[in-house]
Design a protein around this ligand. Structure first.
Ligand code: P53
Length: 476
């Protein structure tokens, strides 16, 4: 093959809660994203007990895509997008999550949004759950620690598959389901699974239980989606940060392998429909008594995914230490700085070669089509007095990653479906809640405190990406 497929899905990616705003419009309920304040690099977002007066909740207005999506999609079309990845805010469809009937105003919003995309020849790529589950499911049910969530999620999935089956072909179930491997910090358990831990609670088995229910829910959703319409393509979504050994010392290599096991077993279950033996042995060693039934195991085998969607921003590194003889991975403690790569202002290690490695790793393990559904450079952009933004650093980052992606396809023979850079229009950062951590080709005039006109303007990278798409990845 000389390059990317003729029907390669170039586009951009966002998530409902990070750009829509309109947090109460059209009957929308409160989501987990609506109770998270703005933080900063090194300052975690506060998760409040409901929406409190006097706090800054950046997702409530976000970039007001809810009212401005026509203007924004027109700009995406101008760049030549073939597809647009977003999510459906669960709380627009089931405001509390446990209702029996969906909210028609929410369904109508996505009908209009998808129609607008299709009008411009842009294929919607849709995530069902992207860090925005109903907050009611947290307060009433304890989030995904409760088995009942499976039914609520599957009901939501069936409603939207049924409704949009002729408008949306590509779906993913849970965004970055494996982020919660980092269960010692509060962010991932809450955004992935609506988990709030009691002080001193043994967090790890709770995470595995929640993830198990999600994997069953994902499999049941995949099965239901196929029954509704066999032409739907339903994938998983994994946050890929490959973990390198700091040195070639054999124990460092084993530590890296164990770390990969602990961060990526989720993919095994999604793709193969069963737990890897190393994890079952780990549950036994740790004495975790998880609620995994025979029906669950059967369900997992019946809902294997069609493709692997993944995000790639950075690689990690780890090393063995004397106080960890079993070489167990604890993401809050086991990572070390890689001296061979640069870091972004937010400490994310910049490693384009890691993308080629990741593509090969996924392909070697699973032989399923791959879709890079997030990649990008969060940076502080400066708008000049004439309104322009010279984001050459973003162009450099993306070009370097696309070059490696091409090697994976052309030289290594990986089957790659498409590429949707993250935050194709500036939006609220998930990790920090900041506006100033920008990823877009399109600048949005809004700051961390919520000031600004919300006007859109093209950055330098806008015309660059347009050329990339027009040349199917040849003009970088
Ligand atoms: P922000 C951590 C590591 C890798 C990806 O992230 C991550 C996270 C969580 O912060 O999240 C994904 O906005 C996620 C998006 C998110 C994007 O990466 O923290 O799917 O919702 O916005 C970038 O810079």
């Amino acid at each position: 093959m000389s390059g990317f497929k003729a029907d390669f899905l170039w586009g951009g990616a966002v998530a409902a809660h990070q750009l829509e705003g309109g947090w109460k419009e059209g009957g929308k309920g409160v989501s987990v994203a609506d109770v998270m304040t703005a933080g900063a690099h090194g300052v975690p977002r506060e998760i409040t007990n409901g929406v409190l007066d006097g706090k800054n909740y950046p997702n409530h207005e976000a970039i007001d895509f809810y009212h401005r999506y026509k203007e924004d999609i027109k700009l995406f079309a101008e760049m030549g997008f073939k597809c647009f990845r977003t999510s459906i805010a669960w709380t627009r469809i089931f405001p509390k999550g446990d209702e029996l009937e969906p909210n028609e105003a929410g369904l109508k919003f996505y009908d209009d949004l998808f129609d607008e995309c299709l009008k411009h020849g842009i294929e919607p790529v849709i995530t069902l759950s992207h860090f925005e589950m109903p907050f009611h499911l947290v307060t009433e049910y304890g989030g995904w620690r409760n088995r009942k969530l499976i039914d609520f999620f599957v009901r939501f999935a069936k409603v939207v598959f049924q409704r949009y089956q002729h408008k949306v072909k590509y779906w993913m179930t849970f965004n970055e389901i494996n982020n919660q491997a980092n269960f010692h910090e509060d962010f991932a358990p809450f955004t992935n699974s609506g988990l709030k831990y009691a002080p001193g609670e043994d967090r790890e088995p709770v995470m595995f239980q929640a993830a198990h229910y999600e994997l069953v829910a994902s499999a049941l959703a995949v099965k239901a989606g196929r029954e509704i319409n066999p032409s739907l393509q339903i994938g998983c979504m994994i946050a890929m940060c490959p973990i390198y050994p700091l040195t070639c010392a054999p124990d460092d290599m084993m530590m890296a392998m164990n770390a990969m096991h602990r961060r990526y077993w989720f993919t095994d279950v999604h793709v193969r429909g069963k737990y890897p033996q190393h994890l079952l042995n780990y549950f036994e060693r740790r004495g975790f008594a998880l609620d995994i039934t025979e029906e669950d195991k059967a369900a997992l085998t019946q809902g294997c995914v069609d493709y692997i969607g993944f995000s790639y921003y950075m690689s990690f590194a780890t090393k063995a230490t004397a106080d960890n003889p079993q070489l167990d991975y604890d993401e809050s403690k086991s990572l070390v700085s890689n001296p061979y790569v640069q870091k972004s202002d937010w400490g994310w290690q910049i490693d384009p070669v890691g993308l080629r490695y990741s593509l090969n790793w996924f392909w070697d393990h699973y032989q399923l089509p791959l879709f890079i559904v997030e990649n990008g450079f969060g940076a502080i952009d400066v708008q000049e007095s004439d309104g322009t933004v010279n984001d050459q650093y973003r162009i450099d980052y993306l070009a370097a990653h696309i070059r490696e992606m091409k090697k994976a396809v052309v030289e290594d023979g990986v089957d790659l479906m498409g590429y949707t850079p993250w935050g194709c229009i500036d939006l609220v950062s998930a990790g920090t809640g900041e506006m100033k951590k920008r990823y877009g080709f399109i600048f949005v005039d809004k700051d961390n405190e919520g000031n600004g006109t919300l006007n859109r303007s093209k950055k330098k990278s806008f015309d660059w990406y347009k050329q990339v798409i027009a040349s199917n990845g040849d003009n970088l």
